[in-house]
Write a protein of this length. Structure first.
Length: 119
């Protein structure tokens, strides 16, 4: 499934749009694993915008950013991620807001439970 992401990097006066295809399923059939793949692809798109010469499969941790699922004006919902680097918004997706929010919460909680923090 292809969908656009709008990327804004802190310090830039403009946003860019990229189309990504991290999953094959339509949003109504997404699993928590698909949602994790979507989030990772969105973060990688933002990383590529800032660092175009990095490896495309660099490891990604699902922590250190804020997220929200919002209704989109013409229907569906979007996922917005924000961090110090900037922000990325993907969608719209045809899935209930509450269902997608719950899936992202589970993915983030699972990541937090399995992460090792080094100070």
């Amino acid at each position: 499934m292809d969908f656009p992401v709008d990327i804004w990097l802190r310090g830039d006066n403009h946003a860019t749009t990229e189309v990504i295809s991290p999953v094959t399923h339509e949003p109504s059939a997404w699993t928590d694993g698909d949602v994790a793949d979507v989030l990772i692809a969105m973060l990688r798109a933002m990383d590529r915008a800032k660092n175009p010469n990095v490896a495309a499969d660099r490891p990604v941790g699902l922590r250190g950013f804020s997220w929200i699922v919002n209704p989109y004006e013409t229907g569906g919902v979007v996922i917005a991620l924000e961090m110090t680097l900037g922000a990325v918004v993907g969608g719209p997706f045809d899935i209930p807001e509450s269902r997608l929010t719950g899936m992202i919460q589970r993915v983030m909680e699972r990541e937090r439970a399995t992460s090792t923090t080094v100070h």
